[in-house]
Ligand binder design. Sequence first.
Ligand SMILES: *[C@@H]1O[C@H](CO)[C@@H](O)[C@H](O)[C@H]1NC(C)=O
Ligand SMILES: *[C@@H]1O[C@H](CO)[C@@H](O)[C@H](O)[C@H]1NC(C)=O
Length: 226
Amino acid sequence: MKGILILFLLCSMVGSFLAQDYEWGGSEAGQANKDICVTDSASCGCCLMQQRMQRLEWIFNHTMDQLRKDLDQASKRLNDLRASHTAFSAALSTRTECMGPFRDNSTLIYKKVFVNQGGAYSEQTGVFMAPRSGVYSFSVTVFSDAGAPGARLSIFALLQRNGQDLAGVHDDNYDDQEDSATQSLALQLQAGEQLSVRLVAGRVVCDDVSHYNTFSGFLVFPTDLP
Ligand SMILES: *[C@@H]1O[C@H](CO)[C@@H](O)[C@H](O)[C@H]1NC(C)=O
Ligand SMILES: *[C@@H]1O[C@H](CO)[C@@H](O)[C@H](O)[C@H]1NC(C)=O
């Protein structure tokens, strides 16, 4: 009972205060309030107070909705990024062997896979296919052994994009028995574009358990985010 009395008093006090300071003109509710305010200043105050609280609640609700939407979008993007993790690295062979010389230019198939996150590299075909549009980084290292000192050695392989030559890895050397060369570059790719390494006809590459021949690539960042 005491509580109700205090509330009533509070309402009357706040009511007279609000009735002076707030104009709710324009809307129908505003007009109704004015009518009440003329006849009963106590309920006028409570009513204005309630309106104000409702407005605050509406702002609060609206802000919460917006925050919820932003959070949803952020977690969708994060999941999307997590799902698009793409990185591969593979060496030519797991044993001591040379490949070539072949009569035709042929795609090198790197069989020893260190990592193939996202499965975009195929160890059956040696081809990496970009799962989504983005900036990718690639590197190719080739190595060869002439078999004996003084024997002619020249390695030549090409990084290819959709079957077209992109960048060469080349070393021509008569002085020593072994040669190695590396090429690395960043590329803007569209989803579905293919990268592979071609051994040029007549050239040889050699590998063993030390993995001197490698082909690696990874997605640096996607460019197809909404
Ligand atoms: C605010 O949200 C609550 C819970 O969804 C709802 O019950 C209430 O009516 C909303 N208030 C306003 C002023 O929109
Ligand atoms: C192999 O590729 C090289 C370099 O692109 C080219 O010059 C040559 O004609 C090609 N050889 C064959 C047999 O296709």
